[in-house]
Design a protein around this ligand. Structure first.
Ligand code: SF4
Length: 460
């Protein structure tokens, strides 16, 4: 029993988090930065922060994630990190030759109070930014927010630094994909293209963190949204922000700066959410939905109908990021499953209202908790009092799953003990099919494992 000290009795806590249901804000900024073509993320702080952020992302995507750091020492911790950052900018452009350096702060540089706008202006004035190269920054103090808000702030910084309105393009739509996998970003672009629309998707990690093996080391793979594309996002007719926590800031930025109409919606995970995503694209393309997408949807509906018997009434505990939790819960409800516990450590507005909306008449039977005290320890206590049939969460949940003998569907960040999530999407109709297959395998494997010999069936 790895978590044998978790008591079943729940005591109200206000100043203690145990096994948090979130990670650190700069990780999200670093992840988003990698979605710009030719970008080297830069961590303005100590080496340890950068090492942690890089290693978590590297383990999650199983690709080498490169990033630079200002390498604060005692001197920079007292006098500020300007000298380190100016030297870093010059060295990075000279040695590593990126198109863009995306700088995010850390707890330390935020506590010192480094003025990033002033330092970036000075770097430009001192000639440290070569012609045709770019800097941008996001403030990411990790004592507020989470990795999701870090992602949101860096996506917004892309708009603030690059997007411009010159001439409206009525066939072009922006998609801010939220915190999803590279595979999901690829799938979203495919869906938009199938709907016969041009797409600017940013940040875009497809072909960056899932780049093909070519036999040659490429510091900057071919993927990522280019600065020109992000600039052109200011000319699109609409921005679809997927997942309010991760995407609303960028959508608001495009509206305010370039008058691009914004529409923030839940992540298209599951049938209804994908229907809404396609419906939004229909409103832009004049109403046409190609047969290929209608067929994909039909296959999903067929699977749901055929497999409903296995999912009906199953009770689920979920822990992770707000946008994923809301979308997953809606999908579970559509399958006649019951989300029992829904826990996120990421703070933010409207999570409980969004959850209440998707839970509908099941809301009264679910525990929904957000922010301080909403951690994996609390979820474990809830589970000890009333067991679900399935646990959905990150790799960190494996201890809980083992102790309580629960099937675990790994979902969200980080997933560092399983593969495939960066290659196989969970958004869209195809992604929903994959989710259904993974859940069903868990239920049926368990049924086989637990069946007495006389009930061990060949056909299930
Ligand atoms: S929480 Fe703060 S100090 Fe810790 S790794 Fe993140 S940025 Fe660095």
């Amino acid at each position: 029993m790895l978590l044998k000290h978790t008591p079943a009795e729940v005591v109200e806590r206000s100043a203690l988090t145990i096994n948090p249901a979130k990670t650190c804000m700069p990780i999200g900024a670093m992840y988003a930065s990698l979605g710009i073509h030719g970008c080297l993320p830069h961590s303005h702080g100590s080496q340890g922060c950068a090492a942690y952020h890089r290693s978590m992302l590297t383990r999650h995507v199983r690709e080498p994630v490169m990033a630079a750091t200002s390498s604060f020492t005692e001197g920079s911790s007292v006098f500020g990190g300007q000298a380190n950052l100016l030297a870093a900018i010059e060295n990075i452009f000279t040695i590593y030759d990126p198109e863009v350096i995306a700088i995010h702060t850390t707890c330390l540089s935020e506590t010192i109070g480094d003025d990033m706008n002033q330092i970036i202006t000075k770097a430009r004035e001192d000639g440290k930014v070569p012609d045709g190269k770019f800097l941008l920054h996001a403030n990411t103090p990790s004592y507020v927010g989470s990795h999701v808000t870090g992602f949101a702030r860096m996506a917004r910084a892309m708009v603030d630094y690059f997007s411009e309105h010159t001439k409206r393009n009525y066939d072009q739509v922006n998609v801010v994909p939220g915190w999803v996998e590279p595979s999901d970003m690829r799938e979203l672009k495919r869906l938009v293209a199938e709907m016969n629309l041009q797409c600017v998707l940013f940040p875009d990690l497809s072909d960056v963190l899932d780049a093909p093996q070519t036999g040659r080391m490429q510091m900057y793979p071919r993927g990522g949204a280019t600065v020109a594309q992000i600039r052109d996002a200011g000319n699109s007719v609409v921005t679809l922000g997927l997942g309010p926590t991760a995407s609303a800031l960028a959508v608001q930025g495009l509206d305010a700066k370039c008058k691009v109409q914004g529409h923030v919606m839940e992540l298209p995970i599951g049938l209804r959410a994908t229907d809404r995503f396609i419906a939004s694209l229909r409103r832009i393309n004049g109403g046409a939905v190609p047969d290929s997408i209608t067929a994909e949807r039909g296959r999903l509906v067929d699977i749901i109908t055929d497999w409903h018997q296995y999912f009906y009434g199953k009770r689920v505990a979920l822990v992770g990021d707000p946008d994923q939790l809301v979308a997953l819960s809606e999908f579970l409800v559509d399958l006649d499953m019951l989300p029992m516990y829904v826990i996120t450590g990421t703070p933010g507005k409207n999570f409980e209202e969004r959850m209440a909306k998707v839970l509908g008449d099941r809301a009264g039977r679910a525990v929904v908790k957000q922010g301080p005290g909403a951690d994996q320890f609390y979820l474990h206590q809830l589970i000890k009092n009333d067991r679900p049939d399935l646990l959905i969460g990150t790799t960190h949940c494996k201890y809980m799953a083992r102790d309580e003998d629960l099937p675990l569907l790994r979902f969200g960040f980080p997933n560092i003990d399983r593969c495939g999530h960066t290659y196989f999407p969970t958004v869209g109709y195809r992604g929903a099919m994959r989710l259904l297959e993974k859940m069903l395998d868990l239920f049926l494997d368990r049924k086989d494992r637990d069946a007495p010999e006389e009930q061990f069936e060949l056909v299930l």
